[in-house]
Design a protein around this ligand. Structure first.
Ligand SMILES: NC(=O)c1ccc[n+]([C@@H]2O[C@H](COP(=O)([O-])OP(=O)(O)OC[C@H]3O[C@@H](n4cnc5c(N)ncnc54)[C@H](O)[C@@H]3O)[C@@H](O)[C@H]2O)c1
Length: 313
């Protein structure tokens, strides 16, 4: 049994990781300030005796130090995770995503943590023309969010090289699945479209719908995080976590029409600032070094997600 701290563990991805670790018999402590996380995301986790919740802010280094006490692995998911939110309020995104990450790394270094796994973002690649994106391509961030997540990666690498703290960065590509917030102004496209269609409303598409993404079901990310903790010789490395396929928003709507058996009647709005046009990952490096496999593909993931949202209504 190992002891994990998940920052941002009340959020969509963090709570899915927490459930899996608890099922595997590990101890999990979640640190979250409930900025976008929800208490009900932790309902399942709370039923385990080996679960602990610490309400706290990663911008408070002493609180992070206290949360690191007795911990083996830190999975750092806490962030303000939205491109448009960072366009509206770059200062807060910078503060949480950069200063907060630095606090997590300093506290981890001082607490003898075995390894920190950092939730990095595919937004770091920006709009460079070459696809699929490989980890050795130069980054080209287009939004304050992308800059902030990339700075976190650089800090991870520096802490690995300069202080000997083991760190691994996982660049997530458009993750979706149960518990992703469908309703906030900053909600991601899949939960937004599904909840609109289940309510019989028209999904709103920014741009012409031909922009594409490597949509990745959350279960794959859970697996990548666990493998990143236990794979040898990967400290200081960066891995794409995705399915290695890309689908346009128009493809996504067609799939959802098939699954829900409803017409979408989507409406098209002007494109969003800071958005990249195409995103598609090469996942060979993760396959080789952390034995990453796509456990649930796009279509299967969509079916599971629609079933979850239909049940949750
Ligand atoms: N969802 C995606 O497609 C995606 C893609 C790339 C990277 N990521 C990264 O994955 C991580 C998790 O994202 P998510 O989609 O689960 O989002 P989420 O909003 O559901 O989770 C983020 C969590 O961090 C918490 N948090 C925010 N500020 C905090 C603070 N100052 N102190 C403590 N907790 C704080 C929130 O309350 C929330 O529970 C983020 O780091 C995000 O940047 C997500």
């Amino acid at each position: 049994m190992d002891r994990f701290l998940i920052t941002g563990g009340a959020g969509f991805i963090g709570s899915n990781i927490a459930d899996r670790l608890l099922e595997k018999g590990h101890f999990v402590r979640v640190m979250d300030n409930f900025f976008s996380g929800k208490r009900e995301n932790l309902d399942k986790a709370s039923a385990f005796g080996s679960f602990e919740l610490v309400e706290g802010d990663i911008r408070d280094v002493d609180a992070v130090r206290a949360a690191c006490r007795g911990i083996d692995f830190v999975l750092h998911e806490a962030a303000i995770p939205s491109v448009p939110r960072s366009m509206d309020d770059p200062l807060t995104s910078n503060d949480v995503n950069i200063n907060g990450t630095l606090n997590v790394l300093v506290a981890s270094r001082d607490s003898g943590i075995k390894r920190v796994v950092y939730a990095a973002s595919s937004s770091a690649y920006g709009d460079t023309p070459l696809l699929p994106k490989r980890e050795d391509m130069p980054p080209s961030p287009l939004s304050p969010y992308a800059v902030s997540k990339l700075a976190g990666e650089y800090y991870c690498r520096v802490f690995s090289g300069a202080y000997g703290l083991e760190t691994v960065c996982l660049r997530y590509f458009n993750i979706f699945g149960p518990r992703q917030d469908p309703l906030s102004t900053y909600a991601a496209v899949i939960p937004r479209f599904i909840s609109a269609m289940l309510r019989g409303e028209s999904p709103m598409v920014n741009g012409d719908g031909e922009q594409s993404r490597d949509f990745t079901y959350v279960e794959n990310v859970v697996q990548a995080n666990i493998n990143a903790c236990y794979s040898g010789g990967v400290s200081g490395m960066l891995f794409n976590v995705a399915c290695g396929e890309r689908f346009t928003l128009n493809d996504l709507i067609r799939q959802l029409e098939e699954i829900t058996k409803k017409k979408a009647n989507q409406r098209y709005l002007p494109p969003k600032k800071g958005d990249v046009r195409h995103s598609h990952a090469d996942i060979a490096r993760a396959r080789e070094y952390i034995d990453y496999r796509v456990a649930v593909d796009f279509r299967e993931g969509l079916r599971k997600t629609v079933a979850y949202f239909a049940e949750a209504r």
